[in-house]
Design a protein around this ligand. Structure first.
Ligand SMILES: Nc1nc2c(ncn2[C@@H]2O[C@H](COP(=O)(O)OP(=O)(O)OP(=O)(O)O)[C@@H](O)[C@H]2O)c(=O)[nH]1
Ligand SMILES: [Mg+2]
Ligand SMILES: [Zn+2]
Length: 287
């Protein structure tokens, strides 16, 4: 039968079977020599007389390193309207990385109760008009569609410290608070070897332990990967005069035209150019 790994503690694998039932399993001898499973993996499980045995790992749709999780459906970018300041640059950088990892980004705008400046309002509306799903919410009044977004999926949360990630999860699932407190207590006692490879059940979905994408690392990205990772660019990508256009200084560039006529926000394009330049400078260094 099939199942999904939701927690790994040393050699014990907690699996949710297709039926919804949670069972503990061990790895088959053959698998142990092969690749190591991670939380989120879809696995083939066999029940013997005494235990459940993981026999096979299905191919992964995607894989994150920190946290080490496979088959992630979506990454929720949590960004407050203030305290800390809303950062369009950060949202874009995170979105590019998330897209590149083959994961769907969703923008969760938090702390809307604190009031929104005109400048921030304009930036949020730019996202709302675009292809990414955007939800505005605050802790006293969680948007009901937030729970609906999490249900039935594997999510990772990301965003600056203080943006309200824990508050969101606690609002949906009070038992989550307890669990995260237990984890910090365990770590505080110096159990640094504890392997946190775990998904938490929140509002009928699964949420990974720690935020991913904490280091905004573009070292693995090439210039054409970057353009592919910009959601707003996608309808125009094959319409430039040059096949290898990187939408920088080329003539007859569909992306630049779309920026000019307002179909792609100028801000998005500038954030693209900034990262592009970073990638280009890095290349020169290593040639
Ligand atoms: N006014 C207001 N404050 C909020 C809201 N959401 C969170 N806060 C406050 O913002 C602070 C930070 O929230 P957290 O949920 O701890 O932020 P976090 O993203 O988990 O931060 P890290 O764990 O450091 O990454 C806390 O004092 C919260 O009470 C909100 O919607 N409105
Ligand atoms: Mg937190
Ligand atoms: Zn172009």
């Amino acid at each position: 039968m099939q199942g999904r790994i939701i927690r790994i503690v040393s050699k014990d694998y907690r699996i949710q079977l297709e039926t919804g039932e949670l069972v503990d399993a061990v790895l088959s001898g053959k698998l142990r020599l092969d690749k190591s499973p991670v939380a989120g993996d879809v696995v083939e499980v066999k029940a013997t007389d005494t235990q459940y045995v993981v026999e096979r790992i299905e191919p992964r749709l995607n894989e994150l390193r920190r946290p080490h999780v496979a088959n992630v459906d979506q990454a929720l970018i949590v960004m407050s309207v203030k305290e800390p300041d809303f950062s369009c640059t950060l949202v874009d950088r995170l979105t590019f990385l998330i897209m590149h990892a083959g994961i769907q980004p969703v923008l969760i705008v938090t702390k809307t109760d604190l009031g929104i400046s005109d400048e921030v309002e304009e930036m949020i509306q730019e996202y709302e008009k675009g292809p990414m799903r955007v939800i505005r919410t605050h802790k006293e009044q969680l948007d009901p569609s937030f729970a609906e977004i999490i249900a039935g999926k594997i999510s990772v949360l990301t965003g600056q410290s203080g943006a309200g990630k824990s508050t969101l999860l606690n609002g949906l699932e009070p038992s989550f608070k307890l669990k995260t407190q237990e984890i910090s207590k365990a770590l505080g006692r110096g159990k640094h070897t504890t392997r946190h490879n775990e998904l938490h059940q929140v509002a009928g979905g699964w949420v990974a332990d720690t935020p991913g994408f904490s280091s905004l690392d573009f070292t693995h990205m090439k210039t054409d990967d970057l353009a592919q990772s910009v959601l707003e660019f996608q309808p125009y990508l094959n319409s430039c005069r040059f096949k290898d256009c990187i939408h920088q200084n080329e003539p007859d560039c569909a992306i630049k035209n779309a920026v000019k006529n307002g179909s792609i926000p100028e801000r998005r394009y500038q954030n693209y150019l900034a990262i592009l330049t970073m990638i280009q400078n890095r290349k020169e260094k290593y040639v």
